[in-house]
Design a binder for this molecule. Structure first.
Ligand SMILES: C[S@@+](CC[C@H](N)C(=O)[O-])C[C@H]1O[C@@H](n2cnc3c(N)ncnc32)[C@H](O)[C@@H]1O
Length: 265
């Protein structure tokens, strides 16, 4: 499915923005990445963009993982059904999250003390927390094939940014965090201290505008690290439409949520 076609169908549904979606879609098509691991799916918007890219290159599979008991409106299943892309995705929901899914996956793929890697691309987009996502990086690395890509969303996000709006993020209580843990971007630290120092990872790129970081498991090659402020000319029309769509989505969603709460009183 062409990018413009899937973009128009997903208009306004969080979380991935049009610019990052375009990047992801183009990467999958250009590098022919057919086995994808997505950690953190929410509404399945990024999942749908990636599935559309798989359809464009003739097939593949996304293994997508989220938390059991989290519900999203629309759900990933609804979005995949509506766009006709369900066959490209297997969804797993885990009680304690994706680190235990990665445990199971490593155990399943281990023969004679060697874990057979399975994925060409892994995208980490979950709680944005050092312990969980630092661990997820090392676990996902075992499953990522040579020359595969590892992408992190929320490179510069901090818990302090969310502090005014809520008390907890993805089950992590803000009050339990130290000042440093509140104010230092955890994903930034995972990328700078774990990914960058890992001998297998090179072609490190940080995209501050889109808040993404990407690295390639191309071990043995000279390490490069670049900061890219603009990848391409942005599709301003699509961005404005996306922003309006997100506003409309939240208006409808909040109204629906409010009427559900009112009904319970
Ligand atoms: C920002 S959303 C993902 C957005 C999605 N990748 C997209 O761009 O459309 C983060 C997701 O991570 C999930 N999540 C948070 N902590 C998790 C964990 N420990 N294990 C699995 N999923 C988790 C949340 O339930 C939420 O759906």
């Amino acid at each position: 499915m062409r990018f413009e076609e899937i973009r128009d169908q997903l208009l306004g549904v969080p979380f991935i923005g049009v610019s990052n979606a375009r990047y992801l879609y183009d990467l999958i098509v250009r590098e022919r990445l057919t086995n994808i691991l997505e950690l953190g799916i929410a509404h399945g918007t990024a999942t749908c963009y990636m599935a559309a890219a798989l359809e464009e290159i003739g097939g593949g599979k996304i293994t997508a993982v989220d938390l059991l008991g989290k519900s999203f409106d629309p759900s990933p299943e609804e979005q995949l059904g509506k766009t006709g892309l369900s066959r490209y995705v297997d969804i797993h929901r885990m009680k304690t999250g994706y680190t235990w899914f990665l445990h199971d996956e490593i155990a399943r793929r281990t023969v004679g003390d060697v874990c057979e890697p399975a994925y060409d691309l892994c995208i980490i987009d979950g709680p944005k927390q050092w312990t969980i996502d630092g661990c997820a990086f090392f676990l996902a690395d075992k499953l990522l094939k040579k020359d595969g890509f590892m992408i992190f969303d929320d490179y510069s996000w901090t818990f302090a940014m969310a502090n005014g709006r809520r008390d907890a993020t993805c089950g992590i209580n803000h009050r339990d965090l130290s000042e440093d843990e509140l104010n230092i971007p955890h994903i930034g630290e995972v990328f700078e201290l774990l990914v960058k120092q890992h001998p297998e990872y090179t072609d490190l790129k940080v995209h501050p505008v889109d808040d993404w970081a990407i690295a390639r498991k191309a071990g043995g090659r000279e390490k490069t690290y670049t900061v890219e402020y603009r990848r391409e000319r942005k599709d301003a029309y699509a961005m404005v439409r996306d922003a309006l769509g997100i506003a409309a989505h939240y208006l409808v969603f909040r109204r629906r949520k409010r009427s559900r709460c009112d009904g319970r009183r």
